[in-house]
Write a protein that binds this ligand. Structure first.
Ligand code: ACO
Length: 326
């Protein structure tokens, strides 16, 4: 992947939002529905509970509104809405159109489907729009996987869940912040390992997905790091796709990033696909784990099989970091 051209308009994150449905489904609940156990799920995945319910539009509106409020932005100031989702509420129109309308925005809006890599695909696309002159872009990652999960299939039902996360990106002329490196990948030949027909349930070869996931996450992250010209030990925070704690541990180990630097929420979110990275990023921001100047690595993988990563130099755009005058 060629490096970003020098002197392009860059961007910083100025607001964030998250939302999850109210209904909590614990491992114990699942054990009453199928032949599984709390201990097996925790040991093999790290997941204790997950949230299910709601619609893609409803969850997106909630996280999007929160992000706009925190950024202190009127929805009408947004120049584009990018909604990453694998589970739109309808085939047509795109769910982003309904989100745009409900949030009271007047701008272009489109869905991006890159499965669990979708949020990073959306974030990179938003940076491209900003390089082309957009000033403010809302990026949302939302999935309602419960609707395409077979709740009698223990191979998949213990993993998937629903949620949403959003960020506001604002252009910066001063060189602060910045997307330093990015990488997007897809391998259509791997389709058979993870897919859902329209109107059908997710089918997955878990072992094969696991094996490929670690490899493509590490490969994508290394390409972004190389493009950014930084080494893994300079990374302050890694925000990986929240599929399985063992995948995250293996990827961190191969990258040479201590697991303590990983943002993880999967223990109580499960795998929320496009929402998983912004949910984990939001939790890290809430916990004051991100500060101006930090190098943050986002990295995801998903059906496709896709992979995506981005290295960000964190700016001072969040309300509690603002030095004033923005
Ligand atoms: N509860 C209890 N036992 C189970 C369960 C379950 N839910 N599922 C499988 N088992 C059994 C198996 O039958 C097997 O039994 P056996 O040894 O008697 O044959 C045993 O547990 C081990 O099964 P494995 O499939 O080898 O378990 P593994 O350690 O591979 O874990 C898992 C399975 C969790 C699915 C893992 O392979 C995984 O996480 N894969 C990646 C999945 C993933 O990340 N998917 C999302 C991609 S992102 C996207 O785009 C949506």
């Amino acid at each position: 992947m060629p490096a970003p051209p020098a002197n392009i308009r860059n961007a910083i994150i100025t607001g964030w939002g998250t939302s999850q449905p109210e209904k909590i489904l614990t491992n114990h609940d699942l054990a009453e529905m199928m032949d599984t156990s709390h201990d097996w799920i925790v040991e093999r995945t790290g997941i204790h509970s997950r949230r299910v319910g709601g619609s893609t539009v409803g969850l997106s509106v909630e996280s999007g509104r929160q992000a706009l409020d925190r950024a202190g932005i009127d929805p009408k100031e947004i120049d584009a809405l990018v909604l990453a989702t694998t589970t739109p509420d309808r085939c047509v129109p795109a769910s982003s159109a309904a989100v745009q309308q409900e949030l009271g925005m007047r701008c272009g809006a489109f869905d991006v489907n890159a499965a669990c890599s979708g949020f990073v695909y959306g974030l990179v696309t938003a940076h491209g729009l900003i390089a082309m002159g957009a000033n403010k872009v809302l990026v949302i990652g939302t999935d309602t996987l419960a609707r395409i999960t077979d709740w009698s299939d223990r191979n998949t039902a213990v993993l998937f869940a629903d949620g949403s996360g959003a960020v506001v990106l604002e252009a910066t002329e001063s060189g602060e912040g910045q997307l330093l490196g990015w990488h997007l990948d897809a391998d259509g030949s791997a389709e058979r390992f993870l897919y859902a027909e329209i109107g059908g349930f997710i089918h997955m070869d878990g072992k094969e997905v696991f094996r490929r996931a670690v490899r493509i996450m590490v490969d994508s992250a290394q390409q972004s790091l190389a493009q950014a010209g930084v080494s893994a030990d300079e990374i302050s925070l890694i925000v990986p796709h929240q599929a399985n704690i063992r995948i995250i541990e293996a990827a961190c180990q191969r990258l040479g990033v201590p697991i303590e630097k990983a943002a993880t929420v999967l223990h109580n979110t499960g795998n929320t696909s496009s929402a998983s990275i912004p949910l984990a990023l939001g939790a890290a921001i809430d916990a004051n784990r991100v500060n101006p100047g930090d190098l943050v690595l986002l990295v995801g993988f998903g059906a496709g099989m896709t992979a995506a990563s981005a290295v960000l130099r964190w700016g001072d755009g969040l309300p509690h970091h603002r030095s004033g005058g923005r």
